[in-house]
Design a protein around this ligand. Structure first.
Ligand code: TXA
Ligand code: MG
Length: 341
């Protein structure tokens, strides 16, 4: 299939919307990462998304809307909590998991009776959804297992020839995927951390929002199988959290603990590796600027792949606020290969 490269003009958005209405696939920018969109209510179209990405079929999609009213098409009752979070954070990088109406196909929800919904703030994304006239199911527009795409170039590298069109819309400002919060329990719970933090959610609701306990465990990678496992139970509520993710081609090691000791240990390891003829990249972000780390991290991994880096040595950030979300991605990229210093 030939993949059309589109811009963000009104005509091009209309072309892209027509492809979505016809059951095709269009990659588009959002403020977080690029998404691979299909008509969320068309099971055949959504099926093509799994195929194009090589994504396991029990990993559900996020459904993107362009108006808060669209939420009522997808779920039954809008609770006070849902309303508050939508008022404060939509449009923006927050996804709410809510009970799904029967109109949402099982292939979109990965067989669950809940659906993840997000209203992106990116203007191109919003115009595409509005022009399509349907909610758009969109996972990140990467091949399954690879780092999420934050530029149109990343999408082309992964999906050229596999999808109908790509809208080129510049670089993503957030750089990591949306915060996913489960609204179906008695207490809202963060299933995937993002730039909108647990603290911000709690303060918007005036009560404590929990963390899915799985976010505090560090599973062992069963090498080669793409699945994460712990010795005990590892049953994340968000199916996507059990798959190996964001992996660069290079081996990756994270140095956790005192910053100065980490820098020293990384420098020593680099020396050893270089002596063995390996190409080494060091990643150190400022603890005070976790947003910058979020914006640059996935692009950095992809750049390392392109440059043929053999091993990436990365310093851990402080695991609070946005730093917690960045470290969630970094641990996965490294397959939980961590050196405590
Ligand atoms: O920022 C984002 O969220 C991006 C852009 C494109 O909007 N999308 C994205 O989608 O990251 P994806 O498919 O890569 O990640 C969706 C995550 C997965 O971990 C999935 O398991 C979870 O959301 N999810 C989706 N539906 C769910 C549901 N009904 N219950 C629990 N988790 C769900
Ligand atoms: Mg993804």
């Amino acid at each position: 299939m030939e993949t059309r490269i589109l811009g963000t003009s009104e005509e091009d958005i209309e072309r892209a919307a027509e492809i979505i209405r016809q059951g095709g696939l269009v990659a588009f920018p959002t403020e977080t990462v690029y998404g691979l969109g299909a008509d969320a209510l068309n099971p055949e179209a959504v099926g093509k998304v799994y195929a194009a990405k090589g994504r396991p079929s029990d990993n559900p999609m996020i459904v993107h809307i362009s108006s808060k009213d669209d939420l009522t098409r997808l779920t039954f009752e809008i609770t006070e909590d849902m309303k508050k979070l939508a008022d404060v954070f939509w449009p923006g990088p927050l996804t709410m998991v809510v009970p799904a109406r029967p109109v949402v196909p099982k292939v979109t929800t990965g067989g669950l009776d809940t659906v993840a919904v997000r209203m992106p703030s990116d203007l191109t994304a919003a115009s595409l959804i509005t022009a399509s006239g349907v909610p758009i199911a969109a996972p990140s527009a990467n091949l399954s297992g690879k780092p999420s795409p934050t530029t149109a170039r990343h999408v082309i590298d992964d999906l050229d020839g596999r999808i109908d069109a790509i809208i080129e819309g510049g670089d993503c400002q957030v750089g990591i995927e949306s915060t996913v919060v489960d609204m179906t329990g008695s207490v809202p719970a963060v299933l995937r951390p993002g730039i909108i933090t647990q603290e911000q959610l709690s303060s918007a609701l005036g009560k404590t929002v929990e963390l899915d306990p799985v976010l505090l465990t560090k599973p062992e990678i069963k090498r080669g199988e793409g699945l994460l496992e712990t010795d005990g139970d590892f049953k994340p509520k968000s199916p996507g959290m059990k798959y190996k993710h964001y992996a660069p081609k290079a081996e990756m090691i994270i140095y956790k603990g005192d910053r100065e000791k980490a820098a020293l240990a990384m420098a020593e390891e680099k020396l050893r590796r270089v002596e063995c003829g390996q190409k080494v990249e060091i990643i150190i972000y400022d603890d005070e600027e976790p947003e910058k780390a979020a914006r640059e991290f996935f692009a950095k991994l992809r750049a390392c792949d392109k440059a043929g880096v053999d091993v990436i040595l990365a310093a851990a950030l402080k695991e609070d606020g946005v730093g917690f979300a960045v470290m969630n991605r970094m641990f996965k990229s490294a397959g939980y290969n961590i050196v405590e210093v």
